[in-house]
Design a protein around this ligand. Structure first.
Ligand code: SF4
Length: 394
């Protein structure tokens, strides 16, 4: 059996990208017309575990320890250029790069905003599909927002990515390449403000991370492990967001990793959420909040509640009051609410709240004792809403 075959055999059941709960009932994943018809991306060093890397090196006639050297170049120096592998035999460098670091993502568009402190990149993958990531500098941190699926199957009507439907899951290598390139950009001063260190990674780009659970967790472990096993970004600085896929939240709770969980709630009641977030018809607000609160109890990490404020739909005083009541039901200080003005998509009936409504919404949460911060809409002038750039390139 070839090493590649061994790798696929060692993986658990093939993941289609369809979320747990997305096959039946009143919710089904929205699949794009070319869903899963694209084959698999080339195998990358980061798709393999330690043993598989060594086997692959041996199959290529290299000493097994070379695999660790390659991992060190990748995670420690963000380097996949054979020219820099001075500790590697000259004759084997090119082959090592081809076999362990195939090109998985290629930048096809890059847009800057906020005086160069926000950089959004559109990537083309091996099969011609597109995903996005956004690198953002804040006073105290540098955050990268990454994609975990091509498109998204959750079908939220206000979201550009949701309109694309799900094409396929991304591989661990494709997910991690977004991180490597961003870490290198930050280090090399390609983000306004000078050289810095990528400190935070949020899975809030395209896709539902819980729909690609295995690859996402493999990526999370490698983002957080110290070099040469990973990039050394603390798990506490990694956020996994979900639209409320309860089996995924429960699984994550079992992992005992100190990552932050973010739940995209967007509505305080089932009647309204059924309309805004179709997944709610499968796992309702009570099930989602129960699971989120259990995550808080197990991890001792406050859960983020993401709430896109949409004018006249979910941004009125009654919604803020209902939300506060729902969250306070579980006790104090277990959540942090991030209302964010919707980044509207062209021609959509869903649009951003009025600033006075945003302020009133926030005030009501604060008066009810709930921690809440209005999130800024970084890059709103650069097709900032997730999926807009990719939708344009379709
Ligand atoms: S809002 Fe999130 S979960 Fe809903 S369609 Fe968009 S990317 Fe998917």
């Amino acid at each position: 059996m070839s090493v590649v075959a061994a790798h696929s055999a060692s993986s658990t059941e093939a993941e289609s990208g369809i979320t747990p709960g997305g096959r039946s009932g009143r919710f089904r994943d929205v699949l794009s017309s070319d869903h899963a018809r694209r084959g698999k991306p080339p195998v990358h060093l980061t798709d393999l575990n330690d043993d598989e890397r060594k086997q692959r090196a041996e199959a290529l006639g290299m000493k097994p320890f070379r695999a660790r050297q390659l991992a060190n170049h990748y995670f420690g120096h963000y380097d996949v250029d054979a020219a820099g592998f001075s500790d590697f035999p000259l004759a084997q460098r090119d082959e090592a790069v081809q076999e362990f670091f195939p090109t998985l993502i290629t930048a096809v568009d890059r847009q800057e905003a906020d005086q160069g402190t926000t950089v959004k990149t559109l990537w083309e993958l091996f099969d011609g599909s597109h995903i996005e990531s956004v690198l953002m500098r804040y006073p105290q941190r540098i955050t990268l927002c990454i994609s975990s699926q091509v498109g998204c199957g959750m079908g939220c009507p206000f979201c550009a990515t949701g309109q694309l439907g799900l094409t396929r899951n991304m591989s661990t290598g494709e997910i991690l390449e977004q991180v490597r390139v961003a870490a290198k950009m930050a280090r090399d001063g390609e983000l306004a403000g000078g050289p810095g260190r990528l400190s935070n990674v949020v899975f809030m780009g395209m896709g539902e991370p819980m729909g690609n659970y295995r690859a996402v967790m493999h990526a999370v472990r490698q983002i957080s492990a110290a070099p040469p096993e990973g990039f050394g970004i603390s798990a506490r600085n990694i956020t996994i967001s979900t639209v409320g896929v309860v089996p995924g939240i429960r699984k994550l709770t079992q992992e005992s990793l100190p990552v932050r969980l973010a739940v995209s709630l967007h509505a305080p009641t089932d009647a309204l959420r059924d309309e805004l977030v179709p997944m709610n018809r499968r796992f309702n607000t009570t099930q989602v909040l129960d699971a989120a609160h259990d995550y808080y109890l197990a991890s001792k990490r406050r859960v983020s509640i993401e709430y896109a404020l949409m004018r006249g739909i979910n941004d009125q005083a009654e919604h803020a009051t209902q939300l506060a009541r729902r969250l306070n039901h579980y006790g104090d200080d277990w959540v942090h609410v991030n209302p964010i003005p919707l980044n509207p998509i062209e021609g959509s009936r869903w649009t951003a709240s009025k600033p006075e409504d945003e302020r009133a919404f926030l005030d009501i949460l604060h008066r009810a004792g709930i921690a809440a911060t209005l999130r800024d809409t970084r890059g709103s002038d650069i097709d900032g809403a997730c999926g807009q750039l990719a939708a344009k390139h379709r």
